[in-house]
Structures are given as C-alpha cells and as structure tokens.
Ligand binder design. Sequence first.
Ligand code: NAP
Length: 418
Amino acid sequence: MVRDEAGLVAGLTALDEVETRTADIGVHIDVGGFSDLAHAYDLRSAVLAARATLRCAGERLGPRGCHHRSGRPGVAPALTDAMVWSATNGVRRTPLWPAPTGITEPWRDASDDAGPAVRGLIDSGAKSLCAALSQIPGPTGQEGTSHRGRCPGRGLRRPTGHRARSVKGKSMKVVVIGGTGLIGSKVVSKLNEHGHEAVPASPNTGVNTVTGEGLADVLKDASVVVDVSNSPSFEDDAVMEFFRASTTNLLAAEAAAGVTHHVALSVVGTDRLQQAGYFQAKQVQEDMIRDSGVPFSIVHATQFFEFAKTLADSATTGDTVSVAPIKIQPIFSGDVAAAVGRTAVGTPVNGIVEVAGPDTFTLEDFIRQGLAAHNDPRTVVTDPKGLYWGAALKESDLLPGPDAQLGETHFADWSSKQ
Ligand SMILES: NC(=O)c1ccc[n+]([C@@H]2O[C@H](COP(=O)([O-])OP(=O)(O)OC[C@H]3O[C@@H](n4cnc5c(N)ncnc54)[C@H](OP(=O)(O)O)[C@@H]3O)[C@@H](O)[C@H]2O)c1
C-alpha cells in the first residue's frame, strides 16, 4: 500500500536503482543451473511487479493507493476499474465485472468501525472478489495488474464473458444508433435484459443520423449513445460520406444533449487497412470521435461469423473464391453485441477495446467452412497475391492484439446450427 506522495516518490527512486542493478545481472545457464536461473527471473519479475504497483498508485492518486473499490457501492467511478501496467504502454484502465451482492451488501452495511461479525462477512466477500478478479483480462509479457498481489496464487486468465461495471449502478437510457441492424438489435435486447432503457434509433424508427432527423428528440435524457450503424452502400465515396455526415451530426447532438459516453463499433486493424475505402471512412469516424471531447469507447471487433458469405461473394470469379493469404479470428455477432453492451454501461476508456473470436483460421479455411455450412458448392483457394477489399495485407493484419476480449462461441458450433 502506498499511502502518500512521499512514499510513492521514494519507492520510484529506490526502484530506479534496483532496475539499474538488474540490468547488470547476467545468467549463464550452463554454469548457473536451473535454480539460479529461476532466481534471476524471480528478481526481474519482482522488479516489474513493484514498478506496476507504483505506477498504478501514481495513476490512482488517491488515499487508497492503487486498489480499486469495486465492491463498495457508491464510490467514485474512477475507483471502480482495474489498472494494467506494461513497460511499453504504461498504465491502462480496464473495466471490472460487477461485484457480487455477497460483497456489495456487507460493504453497504459496514463502516470502517465495523465489529468482528461484519468484518468476517467482508473477509469472506473479499475471497469471492479475488475469484471474480481472476476472470479479468490478464497480463501478457511484462504486464502486471494492480490487484495481482491481493490474490496470491490465483492466475489471471484470458477473458471470456468479461463484464464491465455499470457506471451509475442503475438503469441508464442508452440510444443505439443502428439499433435495428444485425449487431444493434442484439445490443438493444441485451441492455434491456439488464434493466437499462435501450432505444433503437435508425431510419426505420424515424431517426436519420445523415440528415439529423429525429436526433435531438431521441437523445433527450440519454446517458450513453452506442453507434453500430453502417452505410447502406459500401462504394468508397458513399461510405465516406455516410460516416462523415452521420458522425458529425451525432456528436454535435450528443454535446447538446449532455451525453456522457459515446460508444462506436469499428474493426480490428482499421489503421492497417487504409488502402481500402471502407476502412478510410471508419478511420475518419474514429478520429472525429477522439477529437469530439465527448468521453468515448471504440470497440474494435474482428469479422463476424455472419460475414463469411459477404467476404466470399466479394472474391468470387465463376465458381471459385480466391482469397488473400491471411489469418482471421472471426467472432459471433452475439458475442460482439455482449461486448458492446458491457462497454456501454462501463466507464469510458477513451481508447480502443478489442474483441475477437476464440479461434484463428486461415481466411481460406474460414470461408470454406462458412460456405459448407450453407451447402454452397463454390471452391475456395488462396491466391498468394490476393487482396482483402482491395488492400494488400500482412498475414496477421486482421488479428487482434494479446489483450483482446475473447468471445465464447466457436465457429464450428455456430456453423453446425445454421
Ligand atoms: N461485418 C463485420 O464483420 C464487422 C466487423 C467489425 C465491425 N463492424 C462494424 O459493425 C457495425 C454494424 O454492422 P452491422 O452488420 O450490424 O450493420 P447492419 O446490420 O447493416 O445494420 C446497419 C444499421 O445502420 C442503420 N442505418 C443505416 N443508415 C442510417 C442512418 N442514416 N441513420 C441511422 N441509422 C442508419 C440501419 O438502419 P435501418 O434498419 O433503418 O436501415 C441498421 O440499423 C458497422 O459500423 C461495421 O463497421 C462490422
């Protein structure tokens, strides 16, 4: 626990010295043998853990050091997320699962002067919290989390079904632009199932973000706007015009209505796909959101399972589908919608959250399996010079980073039910 600024500064200074010394540690595996090698790695890990703790404490800048307070109802939202530190990216905030009532109820009842009986309840709640924390996106490589040391012996695993905590802990009005589409209709259902007031907004419900029709009315009293709309035309100029006009109108209307969180769905690797007009338009959409001043979260999803046929159609000549030599980690639309919903009711990350499916395929295998599920007889081949929507890609350009939240649904299980 770092209790004050002087302690933090002293810790960082001491750590600098230790880190300088660890740079001089040499390990000769032939001479040192296993146990000395392990000790050297232990020392390095300890230094990284200390650095993570101190950096997170500095980020939190509160009397409670780097600890979050997710189990305590009513605390400031800034104290209810987890922090992840890496040597390369610094401190990043990630949302937590909602704390179980077994934890929140004792906290609600207890004060700091609580008697032993209440303390016992809190202790047992804390054990459940540790179990809950073990579900949170874990460190990779040289990352450490601020809560690691609180749950000894519990490894953090890759996230599946990871849940963000509702910012206000109560029902919110969430306007879902594109709420009648593939993802949008599922986001609306999921939010309503969780007790929020989700309002679908699209031309079919009298709201047009390109013309501005119906926007001001639908945004009245909204806390959050989720934008999962898509352009009716994928022609380069049309899609650019759609996202530019729609995002301009939407962000202006949100600012006027006092919306406190803008969530948009975009595509993993958008910045790597800039040879293609569609992704240039998505990049413009993302840049406008970043520059708007409205707190935001951009969810980057990989390709939806349902997208296999569209991809195949775009690459078909005669009876042959000819695809680029790249990998893909597709995701079920329902898992995307769940991630978008969790993000919408969580704290704005003012950055990107990546979501992807649990399995990686070659593009050829993904499309072949997708077509087979629909008894589509087309042949699928890999063309070493093949393009993806007109863009020449590296093999891993469509894949997410190591911190991506992973959907639970496997493509084979989903395909077998189509
Ligand atoms: N396909 C993928 O694999 C993939 C991967 C990652 C991210 N994404 C992103 O996911 C998002 C949603 O995709 P989707 O497949 O769910 O889309 P979709 O099913 O085609 O739905 C598009 C939605 O946008 C609405 N819309 C169209 N024009 C509008 C306007 N002028 N004003 C307001 N709403 C309008 C439509 O409303 P109506 O029903 O009234 O026409 C519909 O609700 C897209 O932004 C896309 O970039 C897609």
